[in-house]
Each structure stands twice: as structure tokens, then as C-alpha cells.
Design a binder for this molecule. Structure first.
Ligand SMILES: [Ca+2]
Ligand SMILES: [Ca+2]
Ligand SMILES: [Ca+2]
Length: 346
């Protein structure tokens, strides 16, 4: 009996504890649920507030016996959704005067190219920290982008923007650009011999994304800017590519002089002297000389002798492995006149 009584008391105690736990959990759930609903209500109030202009009006007065009376009303106006956007247009011109040194309309060493990067805020919100970077596939000094000191077009129409909303105090970026407003960054590049010699690029793809070398000095500009709304920053970018043709003009000028030009007889030895000049504006590689004549077939083999003084050109045997622009290579060959030549060349 005593044991049963203890068991019954134990069971009753367990039931009581379980009920207390359930009550406690239900209470917690009710509190959590209420808190979640409160948060949802706050969120529901905040979200539209980010995209609206809210006006609250209150009318207040005094009724009979000094009773204060008032009424309120709200008018909520939604604003257009933010659409940050930017564009850039690049132009390349020869510097004036004298940027196109030889006036051929193509890029030669020493020519100076002027770049213009016209940046427009094409969105409907003010942009911050407008930066322009430029990359070309030239091997000369990189383009330095110059930040403008004044806005190019500050439109002031009610629909498109406000006068004076584009401002800047930096030399590395443009601080603030209003919707519809335009600013113009600039830069320049001086063409070097390496651009011609490399035919406007190395291997793979250059700044333009074109296969290289392609005979063009390709250039790509990138503009970046931020739209900042509270703690949220949206970065927008745009690019433009332009190219200018390089003046790549390889040319060889060959001369040949015979030591004796008339009344030769059998046994005379004629010495031929050849010159090969790089008459173009690019290095030329792998030059070989072949001379044919109507005397004894294969009897003439031009042999390399020398380059001009100061040359940096190179050869391997009778092959010119590299002939620099303006350089001259000299060859000679000898031919002994035969009786057959006299008999048949009348
Ligand atoms: Ca030129
Ligand atoms: Ca403006
Ligand atoms: Ca190129």
C-alpha cells in the first residue's frame, strides 16, 4: 500500500510538471508570435516609406467648454523607382597642331592622340564618385585620365535635373553627377615605335578584346559610379572601345651593281655587289637573297658581307635574321664568264 501511494504521488507530480511546462511553452509561443507580428507591422510600415513622400496634416481647435478637438489626415505620394545608369562615349583625334606628324591620318611613332571620354548620367538618381579608367594595347606611356574642372552640360529642366547639382572637388574622380548631366574626361597617348613593330598588340587579345596583333591601336575606356541610398550602394559601369589604324609599312629596297658591264671575255671575273635596305618603318626578319641569271645555272650565290655602321641588325650566315628600319645589308657574288656565254649570248 505504501509503495502504491508513493507511485501515485510520483505520477501526480509528473502530470503537474508537464502541465506547467506546456503552459510555459504556450506563453513563450504567444510572446514570440506577438513579437513577430509587431516586427512584420514595422516592416510593412518601413518598406513603402522608402518609396513615398508622406504628408501628415493635423487640424486642431477648441469646442464648447474649452474641449480640445483635432483631426488628422495623411497623403502619401510614391516616387519613381531608382534607376541608376551611366554611359561613356570615347573619341580619338590627333592633337592639334602637329599631332599627326606626317599627316597621313594613321598612327606613326611620335604622333600624339587625344582622347575624350564623355560621361552622362543616364539614370534618374544622382551618382557619386564617377571614375574613368582607360587602357590601350600600346607599349608607350599609359594614358593618364584628367578629371574635368567643370560640368560640360548641367541641364536644369524640371523633368531632367537641377542646375548646380553636379559638383566636384577632386582630381581623381568626379564627386557628384546629377541626372542627365554630362562631364568630359580627357587623356592623351604618344605613339611609339614599339606599337608599329608589335603591329598594335602582343599575343591573345588586347584592350579591345580583338585578336592581336591586328594593326590597330585599340583602346577601351571604363566608367564607374555609385548610387548611394542610405546604407545601400549600387555600382554602375559602362565601357566604350575605339581604335586607330597604325601606319605599318614594311618595304625592302634592293640594288645590284656589276664590277664590269661591257665587252667581257671568257675568264673574266665579274663581282656583283648587292645592297638590301629596310626602306619601311618596321623591322623585317628572315631575309634571304636569290640571284638567277642566264649564265651557268646556280653559279651565283650572294654572300653576306656586312651591315652599315651603327646597325643593330643581325644575320646568321647569308640569312638576315633582323633588319631594322633604315639599315642596309651588303652582299657580294662573283661569276666567271665562260666561252659558252660568249658563244651563245650574242
Ligand atoms: Ca601619322
Ligand atoms: Ca543638373
Ligand atoms: Ca591592337
Amino acid at each position: 500500500m505504501e509503495n502504491n501511494s508513493i507511485e501515485n504521488k510520483g505520477r501526480a507530480l509528473l502530470r503537474h510538471s508537464a502541465q506547467q511546462i506546456r503552459r510555459s511553452e504556450n506563453s513563450k509561443l504567444r510572446r514570440i508570435s506577438a513579437g513577430t507580428m509587431a516586427m512584420a507591422m514595422v516592416a510593412a510600415q518601413i518598406v513603402p516609406a522608402l518609396a513615398t513622400i508622406d504628408n501628415n496634416v493635423t487640424a486642431s481647435g477648441t469646442g464648447p467648454g474649452g474641449i480640445a478637438v483635432s483631426g488628422t489626415a495623411n497623403a502619401s505620394v510614391s516616387v519613381i523607382p531608382a534607376a541608376p545608369a551611366v554611359s561613356v562615349v570615347k573619341t580619338i583625334t590627333f592633337a592639334t597642331p602637329g599631332g599627326d606628324v606626317n599627316g597621313n591620318g594613321k598612327a606613326d611613332p611620335g604622333d600624339v592622340l587625344n582622347y575624350k571620354f564623355t560621361v552622362t548620367n543616364t539614370g534618374n538618381v544622382t551618382l557619386k564618385d564617377v571614375t574613368v579608367t582607360d587602357a590601350n594595347d600600346g607599349v608607350g606611356a599609359p594614358v593618364t585620365v584628367v578629371v574635368p574642372t567643370a560640368v560640360t552640360t548641367d541641364n536644369g529642366t524640371a523633368a531632367a535635373g537641377t542646375l548646380g547639382d553636379s559638383t566636384n572637388a577632386s582630381t581623381t574622380k568626379w564627386d557628384k553627377l546629377g541626372p542627365g548631366d554630362v562631364i568630359t574626361f580627357t587623356g592623351s597617348y604618344t605613339v611609339v615605335a614599339g606599337d608599329i613593330n608589335g603591329a598594335g598588340g602582343g599575343t591573345g587579345t588586347g584592350a579591345s578584346g580583338n585578336p592581336e596583333p591586328d594593326g590597330y591601336l585599340d583602346d577601351k575606356v571604363t566608367v564607374g559610379a555609385d548610387y548611394i541610398n542610405g546604407a545601400t550602394t549600387t555600382h554602375v559601369t559602362a565601357t566604350d572601345k575605339k581604335s586607330i589604324q597604325l601606319n605599318i609599312a614594311p618595304a625592302l629596297l634592293v640594288t645590284k651593281v656589276a664590277s664590269k658591264t661591257s665587252n667581257v671575255v671568257a675568264g673574266d671575273v665579274i663581282t656583283y655587289t648587292y645592297t638590301v635596305k629596310n626602306n619601311g618603318n618596321t623591322p623585317i626578319t628572315g631575309i634571304t637573297l636569290a640571284d638567277t641569271h642566264n649564265g651557268v645555272a646556280g653559279a651565283l650565290t650572294p654572300a653576306f658581307q656586312s651591315f652599315n655602321a651603327g646597325s643593330t641588325s643581325t644575320n646568321t650566315g647569308n640569312t638576315i635574321t633582323l633588319l631594322q628600319p633604315g639599315d642596309v645589308a651588303t652582299y657580294t657574288a662573283t661569276y666567271t664568264v665562260t666561252q659558252t656565254d660568249i658563244d651563245t649570248r650574242q
